[in-house]
Design a protein around this ligand. Sequence first.
Ligand code: ADP
Ligand code: MG
Length: 585
Amino acid sequence: MNQTQQTQQTQKTFRRLLSYVKNYRVGFIMAVVGMLIYSSIDAFFFSQIQTFIDEGLTGKNYQLLFTMGVAIPFVFLARGIANFLATYSLSWVGNHIVAELRQQIFDHLMKVPVTFHDQNATGELLAKITYDTEQVQQASSKALMTLVREGAFVIGLLVVMFYLSWQLSLIFMLIGPLVGLIVSHVSRRFRMVSRRIQQAMGNVTSVSEQMLNGHKVVVMSGAQKKEADKFAEINKQTRQQQMKLVSTRAISVSAIQIIASLALASVLIIASNPEFLNSLTTGTFTTVLTCMMTLLRPLKQLTTINADFQRGIAACTSVFELLDQDREKDHGRIQVQRVKGHIELKDVTFSYGGKDEAALKAVNLTIPAGQTIALVGKSGSGKSTITSLLTRFYEYDSGHIRIDDIEIKDYQLQSLRNQFAMVSQHVILFNDSVANNIAYGLEKQVTREQIEAAAEAAYVTDFTANLPQGLDTVIGENGMNLSGGQRQRVTIARAILRDAPILILDEATSALDTESERRIQQAIEKLSINRTVIVIAHRLSTIENADCIVVMNDGEVVESGSHTDLLNRQGAYHQIYQMQFSGAS
Ligand code: ADP
Ligand code: MG
């Protein structure tokens, strides 16, 4: 991207951010007004130093001193109110925008296709919801606060200075930019080094994490020295960068002070001219000098505006990029209550994004309504992919998939997905009670009796009977407090309650011991009655009774038929069968 494109991009992002601000216009205006009042009061305060010294102290105007004394608390009260107004309003606007962005990201993440989640690490997406949105607020608020408040303050001070003595003020105007130049140079270097430190710290963490996670492998393969050397190198880099930061900071502070002292020196030398000195009162001299010293701080802050602004824009860009991700395609219009469950795949070819080899190659498959079909084959042969295409997690590249003779793309997405109940090896439970987990995500109203019946049928009640609150026991994050078999039974109960016409069992029992598997098998058999069932299983003993067994290899269907048919054929199925019964599994 070249410079102009980048500027255009920044402007576009900024305008989009402003469109969020629009909804909170009132708060925004209040914030700016508050900041302006705050700075005006400060500048006014400085303008009164001259009166205080010349008339009050030198002129011994007791009345004036008394009035000033009485006025001061009120001035500070007004300043305090202005400060509150500015800070509160700005945070009000900012927090509203953060909340709005968060909600939008959250909602959007449930609308993007599965492919998007495949390609983006969960940690990064979480960071966008939590960190990036926060950055948008913090950086933008800071940039605005500095621009308006410090900007107005600087202008106010300059007006006071020039009004009192333009000659002295001119000196400052000559030296000021020099200070600004150095400050901005230093802070740029500062940021660069800070960024490198951040990276270096990231390396420290990731190398340590790898070593800790793979600790046993490291120890077994005698790679301690190699890991230690790798860490030493990174450790050294981090230390060097830290020292650079320290020295930059130390040098910069002194450099700025020395330059500031030059300004002071010039002022004093010029003032030592008797003619000039006579034209100045003590009050004027003191005020101008104080203003000069005071100006350094806001000026320094103003030089960081661009950095803050860019940081905010970078966070914004990251958030907007996510929000601009295309949603899942949902152009189908057909809505069904309940399909019969006749499934047909015709020449279906599909490859995952970014992979050359197709995961499915011209697959043909027909499953009559109400039948049970089993998919077998070595891992990676494309079994799960078939189920992912049926539920439209991915769009197939060519061919047709029809349910009840209607192309699945023509169904409305949610309506299509409502036709499936899925039980897979990866159990996903929520941190809630067993009963609520069983009833999760059901649109229709379910009664307590129905939940209990489902729990009974899936043998969930077998173990909840021993839990303190029975079905209402909270099961911890992802069902931490339950065993694998128990968790699996909860998901089967969920499928029973869902009562969908098509049931998908993807290695639902592979991770279980034989005892649990038998229990679950019984539950599954009950569940399979009157449904179209696609079952994927490793252990052939669990699928012998299927109406049809389909053997897959490298994304292709190589054989299909009933158990006895396939055994008689002495082909691929027979081979797998032999292997399992010769004691391999
Ligand atoms: P099975 O369920 O038979 O073990 P899969 O259908 O899961 O096999 O996988 C088929 C092929 O597709 C494998 O080569 C696998 O590496 C690949 N694959 C599966 N899921 C993804 C994914 N989300 N992204 C990219 N490739 C995938
Ligand atoms: Mg699989």
